[in-house]
Design a protein around this ligand. Sequence first.
Ligand SMILES: [Zn+2]
Length: 191
Amino acid sequence: MGGYGSGRKTDLQTTEDALSIDIRNWQRDGLLANETSFTCRWSKRGKVIKRVKVTIEPELARISYDNAIKEKQTYSIKLQTTNCHYGGKRYWFSCPASDCNKRTALLYLHNHYFACRECHKLSYPSQREPDWDRAARQVDKIREKLNWEPGFLNGNGCKPKGMHWKTFKRLQSAHDTYAGTSIAAISNYIN
Ligand SMILES: [Zn+2]
């Protein structure tokens, strides 16, 4: 394979714009037993737009699908496991792009191949949103829990009745941190 990161410009920017496979779902659905085969399907407005056939073998997933120009793509994705804290193991994909091999739960289909988010240079949708919006949203989420009026410019309120002081202090300090981030991001932008 190869051809990743060649600087080709496309409209694809975020992880939401790409089809993805998530090994956590496969594990949850018990699909990782040796020699299982299954098909992943994606549809748009009730029509199947992509089918990927997967066969699990020891430590790898063989996948096959037709790409956008109707060529058959068949290759293997290595699987890795890590031990969980409380026993059992967790599965990961090894990113199949050349020289990557990064351990990841998600692979995205783009330019005819599955690879990790970094190889495809995809951002998370929230990264398109300005920092202060994100921080201000967090602030308001916390203010709601505290029964405070939305918007940090309204200042800090009191501890709601029945809330433990410990909880209150934790929320208040998270609130102040996010409010600070929001202010810093805005003044960064203005300057
Ligand atoms: Zn990668």
